[in-house]
Structure formats: structure tokens, C-alpha cells
Design a protein around this ligand. Structure first.
Ligand SMILES: NC(=O)c1ccc[n+]([C@@H]2O[C@H](COP(=O)([O-])OP(=O)(O)OC[C@H]3O[C@@H](n4cnc5c(N)ncnc54)[C@H](O)[C@@H]3O)[C@@H](O)[C@H]2O)c1
Length: 445
């Protein structure tokens, strides 16, 4: 696709927005880091666009197991720079041949741990997407590898650099919401009914499906249609590769509330949920549905407060007319609603006091703050300090989602020893901190 064709495609045009920001003179230091990306999909494109726009990154390698994704990304890079990255299907070969100083890991969740660990061991700093891992044991191995290699590992929880989240944190920490006893985070969407299975499709030319599944079980291939097939982007609702809405979205809200409250972990977690609307999961060689719950409730008991999570893929949000995602902080002085596109709003208990509001300041495409998070990543590399979304904090936030999934699978609550990172007195639950990898791949330790 040439540059003109690319601009004429509407989805591509929005993706190009991230690729066309003028370099901001950030190369003051004259430094351009050899930068590579593993996972050239939707979000990887957004990150790579900001990396290039920083003026401090030379793109030397692109890695994907799907040639179509490589083609599209190579075309975008060529359209806005003179960088000539080489293309790879295997991240191990990329690391060995290109010796990148920075690696972006934007693969599906089941493929975050191994490339991140290999990259830091090869001497690179890493920007890895959320949730950091598919199982808690993978996250532990990633954290250990980052520390042993003394590399900066930034997690893509860009809300920490959203102006309204930063001011929300200041507002809440200054005591203006009073003593907070409870929080409620939620992601509600859709109005779907029973889920119809999708037929298995031939694997497209150029896609190495076995490598895409990697350490996870191999499911029959189905391409994304109406946001339901596995690849690209649809993996989120297939538990072999991700952890449903709790894994995908929960981490964002848990990360923000841990950051704001400076709590480290919950001490007890209980979850319930299921598929009463979508129906039982189907998996045969000829057809399949997703298998993540269509709704999920999780309660977290922290030292000083309780947190409730609610996700729902039906009934939308017609009663509470606000955003369909967010987190309420309930304090003795009022209710603070932290949102995404909607910014934040504080409703005081004393109705004579004014309702306060701050708008969000987000970037296109997709309303995010990757630019600020990338700048923080580069500053951390330059100065040797920890980045704002350090891997340890991404690990703790991810653990909240993954403990919820463990409780859901077991049908009972789990008591979490956050210092030792074990589940207290429950052998069966502790087994779920890890999972078996498919032959050919070794679970990281
Ligand atoms: N921080 C955020 O707000 C945010 C937003 C969206 C997505 N994400 C995260 O980004 C990640 C990617 O999501 P997406 O929506 O871009 O998915 P996607 O399907 O569009 O892209 C993933 C890409 O990884 C490739 N891939 C799979 N296995 C690979 C391997 N072994 N080596 C190299 N490439 C491989 C796939 O072929 C695909 O091109 C997910 O973890 C998701 O949670 C984060």
C-alpha cells in the first residue's frame, strides 16, 4: 500500500494519526535508541507511532507471526520515516540479530512473558502491554528478570500519565473525598443475547497459527468477525489466551486505585459470574464460541477498604447515563467518579457544596496517553530511575485480575499473602498461579 492509499483507508487513517506526529525536538540529547516491536497489531501500532514521534527511537526490527500485520506496519513506518526495520517472525532471532536497546511487547496476553524476559536478558529496556501476564507465575518471573538484568520495564498502563487521573490522585490524596471505605469499578457494554458459534476458518496465508498460539493450547482458527473471532484483537474473551474483561480492563482500574491509595494488594478475593446470557461455551473442530464469562463480580478485601468489580457484556448502561467504564470512590465527604473519556466528577455529600468536574485530555487515536508514558519511559532509561508504570506495579495490578479469575474458577474465596505471593492454605488454588505450557515452550521461572 502506498502512502496515498494508506491515507484513504479510514481505519488506517486513524492509525496514521499516531504515526504522523512531528518529532518534537525530543532528540535534544542526540540519542536514538535502537527500537524493535514484537506484536505489530492495533495497540502495538499506537505505541510505535509515539515512539517514532518522540524523535529518540530508530525502528530497527518488526516482529509478528502474521505477515499481513508486518506488511501494514512496515508500510506505516516507511510512510513517515526513513527507518528501514528488518522483519522477523521469531522474536528470538530479532533479539539476536538486531540487538535492540528498546523492545515494545504488544502481543496478546499469553505471549507477554517470554519475549519480555528474553528482551531484558538480551540487554533491552522493555515497554510491555497490560495485563503483564496470563498467570501470576509469569508476572513473578518477568519482575525477577527485569530486576536481575537491571533494565527499565514500563507497563502500558497509560492512565497514570492521563492529566485527569493525576489530578484525581492529588484530589483524593489531599483528603477532599474524606475517608474512603469502598470503591466500585465497572465495565459494562453491549446488549447481546446468546452467542452463536463461529465456524472454523482456513488459516490465512502468511499467518503462523502454531506460533501465534505459542505456549498456550492450540484452538481451531477463526478470524475476527464482529469482534468475536480470536485473531486479531478478539483473543481477549478466550481464556486460553487472555482473561476476559477482568483481565483486559480490570487491570486499568486496579492499577489506578492501587496507585491512588498506595495499597499494594488485597488480602482476600472472591468472584462469581458465568454465561447465563451468552450460553455455555462451545469448542469443536468445526466451530467455537468465546469462553470468558459474560458477567463477573469480584470483591476485594483490602486492609482499610473494600473494592467491588462488576463487568457485564449485556444490558449496556442505560440507567446510569455516565460512561460505561469507571471507578467510584465512596468517601465520608462525597462520591468521586473517576472515568476515562469523561474525566472525573466529585459529588459532595453536602449538597450545598458545588459538584466539581475536570475533563480528560487524551490523544487520538483511541483516546490514550501513550505519548506521556513513552516520555516517562525514555526519561527512566536516561536517568536510571524506575518508570511511573514500573513492572512491579503492573504485576500487582495484574494480580488483582488474576486472583479474581482463580476465585471464579474455584468457586470460593482466596486469601492472598501479598508479601510471599502465595494463596494461604489452598494447594489447589496455588496450582492455578501457573499453567502448563505447550511442548516446545518452557514456563519461565
Ligand atoms: N494499554 C492499553 O490501553 C491497551 C489497549 C489495547 C490493547 N492493549 C494490549 O495490547 C496487547 C495487544 O492487543 P491488540 O488489541 O493490539 O491485539 P492485536 O491482535 O491487534 O495485535 C497483537 C499482534 O501480536 C501478534 N503476535 C501474536 N503472537 C506473536 C508472537 N509470538 N510474536 C510476534 N507477534 C505475535 C499478532 O499476530 C498480532 O498482530 C494486548 O495485551 C492488549 O491487552 C493495551
Amino acid at each position: 500500500m502506498n502512502r496515498r492509499d494508506f491515507l484513504h483507508s479510514s481505519t488506517a487513517a486513524s492509525a496514521l494519526a499516531a504515526f504522523s506526529i512531528k518529532s518534537s525536538g525530543a532528540e535534544k540529547s542526540g540519542r536514538r535508541y535502537r527500537t524493535a516491536i514484537v506484536g505489530c497489531g492495533w495497540w502495538g501500532g499506537n505505541i510505535l507511532g509515539e515512539a517514532m514521534a518522540s524523535g529518540q527511537c530508530e525502528v530497527v526490527g518488526l516482529c509478528d507471526v502474521d505477515e499481513r500485520q508486518l506488511d501494514a506496519t512496515a508500510a506505516k513506518v516507511a510512510g513517515v520515516s526513513s527507518d528501514t526495520p528488518r522483519r522477523y517472525r521469531d522474536y528470538r532471532e530479532l533479539l539476536a540479530k538486531e540487538k535492540p536497546e528498546i523492545v515494545i511487547v504488544a502481543t496478546p496476553d499469553h505471549w507477554h512473558a517470554l519475549p519480555t524476559i528474553a528482551a531484558v536478558n538480551a540487554g533491552a529496556h522493555v515497554y510491555v502491554e497490560k495485563p503483564i501476564a496470563h498467570t501470576i507465575g509469569e508476572g513473578q518471573a518477568m519482575l525477577r528478570a527485569a530486576r536481575n538484568a537491571n533494565r527499565v520495564v514500563q507497563v502500558g498502563t497509560h492512565r497514570r500519565t492521563s492529566a485527569h487521573t493525576v489530578s484525581a490522585r492529588e484530589f483524593i490524596r489531599s483528603g477532599k473525598v474524606g475517608t474512603i471505605g469502598m470503591m466500585r469499578c465497572f465495565v459494562n457494554s453491549g446488549g447481546i443475547g446468546p452467542e452463536q458459534p463461529l465456524p472454523t476458518q482456513p488459516i490465512p496465508a502468511g499467518l503462523d497459527w502454531d506460533a501465534w498460539c505459542g505456549p498456550a493450547p492450540v484452538r481451531p482458527f477463526n478470524g475476527t468477525a464482529n469482534n468475536r473471532g480470536i485473531h486479531p484483537r478478539g483473543f481477549r474473551q478466550y481464556l486460553d489466551y487472555a482473561n476476559g474483561t477482568l483481565g483486559d480492563w480490570g487491570i486499568h482500574w486496579f492499577d489506578q486505585l492501587l496507585w491512588i491509595t498506595e495499597e499494594k494488594w488485597p488480602r482476600r478475593v472472591f468472584s462469581t459470574g458465568g454465561r447465563p446470557v451468552k450460553g455455555p461455551p462451545v469448542l469443536t473442530p468445526n466451530e467455537q464460541t468465546t469462553d470468558a464469562p459474560d458477567h463477573q463480580l469480584v470483591t476485594f478485601e483490602f486492609e482499610k477498604f473494600s473494592v467491588a468489580w462488576e463487568s457485564r457484556a449485556f444490558a449496556g448502561n442505560p440507567v446510569d447515563k455516565g460512561e460505561n467504564v469507571g471507578c467510584y470512590f465512596y468517601g465520608t465527604k462525597g462520591v468521586f467518579r473517576l472515568g476515562w473519556r469523561g474525566g472525573w466528577t466529585f459529588h459532595p455529600v453536602n449538597e450545598k457544596e458545588p459538584v466539581l468536574h475536570e475533563d480528560a485530555k487524551l490523544h487520538k487515536p483511541d483516546d490514550q496517553n501513550i505519548r506521556e508514558l513513552w516520555a516517562d519511559f525514555l526519561a527512566a532509561i536516561r536517568t536510571g530511575r524506575r518508570p511511573i508504570s514500573d513492572i512491579e506495579e503492573g504485576h500487582r495490578a495484574t494480580n488483582c485480575s488474576l486472583l479474581g479469575m482463580i476465585s471464579l474458577k474455584l468457586g470460593r474465596s482466596v486469601e492472598w499473602d501479598g508479601a510471599k505471593e502465595t494463596i494461604v492454605g489452598d494447594l489447589e488454588a496455588n496450582k492455578l498461579l501457573r499453567r502448563a505450557y505447550r511442548k516446545g515452550w518452557e514456563y519461565p521461572v
